[in-house]
Design a protein around this ligand. Sequence first.
Ligand code: DX5
Ligand code: ZN
Length: 214
Amino acid sequence: MPKFISASLLSANFLKLGKDIEMLNSHTDWFHIDVMDGVFVPNISYGFPVIRYIKQAAKNPLDVHLMIVDPDRYLEEAKNVGADIITVHYEACTHLHRTLSKIRSLGVKAGVALNPHTPVVLLEDIAEEIDLLLVMSVNPGFGGQKFIEHSYNKVRQAKELFSKKQPNALIEVDGGIGTQNAAKLYEAGADVLVSGASIFSSADSVETIALMKA
Ligand code: DX5
Ligand code: ZN
């Protein structure tokens, strides 16, 4: 399984986004794009017109994390602006099976995110439809928050469930990740680590990324 880093652009300086994307193109694996609606989470980030421009500069896949209510309304638009993976929240989908089928029918990988309080076992009957599981290791809404320690357990539980039901699915972890916990998360079974504040607040982002992967 891979050991990927998905760079969260939420903490980037948008005035020099092109330069940051250029650096990330050669040092990270995916771009993590956080879309927030101020309803599902208590914050608003950026939307599709911005993502369209990110796509023009990005050489790596766009990993789009929709922190919005009723995400079905925006799946096509997310695909049209360049999403390669679309992740919706378990807590925001009444008909998750239908939502995941729709994402896959667009030719995009389908991801499901779990808030810290949502147990992995709830995915038992839907695991086969999932290409990516996103374990939230902070309460979604903001960059730069403190990692929730219970997330290690959750990654192990996810690994166990998915190795039985859907071994090709990737397990991604999001929130509070840096050089202090990356190795332990990969060891627990994570394939992809999202990192924002740690990369962008580091004096040497390239070195921080290399240390996380090592
Ligand atoms: C939080 C977002 C994260 C966030 C991670 O709601 O989903 O992707 O940007 O950023 P850091 O690495 O700063 O916790
Ligand atoms: Zn995210």
